[in-house]
Design a protein around this ligand. Structure first.
Ligand SMILES: [Zn+2]
Length: 163
């Protein structure tokens, strides 16, 4: 188990668009494992490669509770629909929570760790988590989208909202 250091805001890597993954090798598998370990260690439900210092298009969403771990390599948003305002936090912004408007539904395509393409549909908080992580890969941080800052004492379960 390898816990990597989480890059905190402000840091240039977090606002730099990431590079496409071209090699689907052992190094990528190790990065995915390390990212997942690091995310769980900080009670997050999503993490993007720039948050562990790698400027490449790799992100994970894991809502827990028996849901599959979503590994997204070179993800692209194909379609979005609807709109929801909900609370988000971010591993790179300790103690900052805020209301962010995101689509209710998203359809993406991405590659598996072996390079195979897949499509995925998600709704509600899963869609939110996926879009938060894809934003990271484009160098976009959630603080620029916060409509209202939320005090951590207002949260019912802050561990469910760190992306
Ligand atoms: Zn984040």
């Amino acid at each position: 188990m390898t816990i990597r250091k989480i890059v905190k805001h402000p840091c240039e890597i977090l606002t730099t668009p990431t590079k496409k993954v071209l090699k689907f090798d052992r190094k990528l598998a190790t990065l995915l494992k390390d990212m997942h370990d690091t995310m769980l260690d900080s009670d997050g439900i999503g993490i993007a490669a720039p948050q562990v210092g790698e400027s490449i298009r790799v992100a994970i969403v894991d809502l827990g509770e028996g849901e599959d771990i979503i590994e997204m390599i070179n993800p692209e948003v194909l379609e979005t629909e609807g709109s929801v305002i909900d609370i988000e936090g971010c591993l790179s912004f300790p103690e900052l929570y805020g209301e962010v408007e995101r689509p209710f539904y998203v359809r993406i395509k991405a590659q598996e760790r072996d390079g195979r393409w897949y499509e995925l549909e998600a709704e509600d908080y899963e869609a939110r988590a996926i879009l938060h992580e894809i934003d990271h890969l484009d160098g976009i941080l959630f603080d620029s989208k916060i409509l209202r800052v939320v005090d951590p004492s207002e949260l019912e379960n802050e561990e469910e909202e760190i992306l």
